[in-house]
Design a protein around this ligand. Structure first.
Ligand code: SF4
Length: 349
């Protein structure tokens, strides 16, 4: 059956559909602009389309979907965590992170996650569903409409492993990048993955300057396997090779995300292993203090502990080391905390 939700059609599909009706191709651009630039969902208000064309669309059952906002939780630090309901009835979380001139939206690519990383609350949910491309992009649009501000950056770091929903994620990134829509520059869109070699290579082969982050968290294979079950399938040397293809294709550094788990991955041997790995892959290290969540077996480091660890890394690593200040912890909106939880302990279900 033909897709009747205009939001689910990327520009080339809209163009094909429009030309099959004998309408000029620019009608597709007009529709795309109404949906993604202006956030309009009522086809009768697409006022630069001829009336007969709008009526035809409505008569034939065309419509424009929208994620339904269930709630927006405001953190004391300005971060906002959104809970949306998808068309298929699932709940999904999105985080708005203001920082100086930046307005970053952390979007989910799946509902829940199958990978069950031991430091991540999303993994405790298990896998529930893949999100279609337009519902990944719509998180950015709906968050921006609610905040009455444009998003400047997008990170695919919310619920789910983006490379396990690759087709939809690829389309979503391309849609976000379109000038007629959200017009987010490719360099302002970052995909974060634990690493699936053939998909990392597929990402590297895109003819766009999207950024890539690797959720590394341990540079010693045995330790990484304890944190990320999928690491048993894809050992570090194989992953290094895949991430290298990204560097080779784009001459852009990979960001290595390194969760600080005090006493587990901050020992001398960990620093040494990280130093060896960084020498093989042009990359910067971003240290993230572990964010606590019910049911996870690690303790959150004191800020002073993480800063001391960052200083140790800076002394030995040849490339930059940054420290990510935790944001939105009080609304369970920080990294690794997205599990449909609400402050006060109630679950979204
Ligand atoms: S860290 Fe990412 S891949 Fe691992 S369980 Fe959480 S959402 Fe899934």
């Amino acid at each position: 059956m033909k897709e009747k939700n205009l939001k689910a059609l990327d520009l080339p599909e809209l163009e094909a559909r429009v030309s099959s009706w004998g309408e000029p191709a620019y009608r597709a651009q007009q529709i795309f602009r109404w949906i993604w630039k202006r956030g309009e969902t009522d086809i009768s208000r697409f006022t630069d389309l001829p009336r007969h064309f709008r009526e035809r669309l409505i008569q034939e059952g065309y419509h424009v979907s929208s994620l339904a906002l269930i709630e927006a939780l405001h953190s004391r630090d300005g971060t906002v965590k959104f809970l949306f309901r998808t068309a298929s009835g699932h709940e999904v979380e999105t985080v708005w992170i203001p920082d100086g001139h930046r307005r970053t939206v952390c979007v989910s690519s799946q509902v829940g996650c199958a990978l069950k990383c031991r430091f991540c609350a999303t993994g405790l949910l298990g896998f529930r569903a893949n999100l279609p491309a337009h519902e990944i992009v719509d998180q950015v649009l709906q968050a921006s409409l609610y905040m009455k501000e444009r998003a400047t950056n997008v990170v695919l770091m919310g619920m789910g492993e983006p490379l396990l929903n690759w087709e939809a994620v690829r389309t979503a990134m391309i849609m976000m990048n379109r000038d007629l829509g959200l017009a987010l520059g490719a360099r302002r869109i970052t995909l974060s993955t634990v690493g699936i070699p053939d998909r990392v290579r597929a990402f590297a082969s895109l003819n766009k300057q999207f950024r890539l982050a690797w959720s590394l968290h341990a540079a010693i294979q045995e330790k990484r396997e304890k944190l990320i079950p999928l690491a048993r399938t894809y050992p570090l040397p194989e992953l290094l090779e895949a991430f290298w293809t990204y560097y080779k294709a784009h001459r852009r550094w990979v960001t290595l995300e390194y969760l600080h788990l005090p006493g587990f991955n901050d020992r001398r041997e960990d620093v040494e292993a990280l130093r060896r790995l960084v020498r093989k892959l042009p990359s910067k290290v971003n240290v993230i203090p572990f964010n606590p969540s019910p049911g996870l077996p690690f303790r959150a480091p004191e800020a002073s502990e993480t800063l001391a660890f960052v200083e140790r890394l800076r002394k030995v690593l040849p490339h930059p080391v940054t420290y990510r200040v935790p944001r939105g912890r009080d609304v369970f909106g920080a990294c690794g905390q997205l599990a449909l939880q609400r402050p006060g302990g109630s679950d979204a279900h």
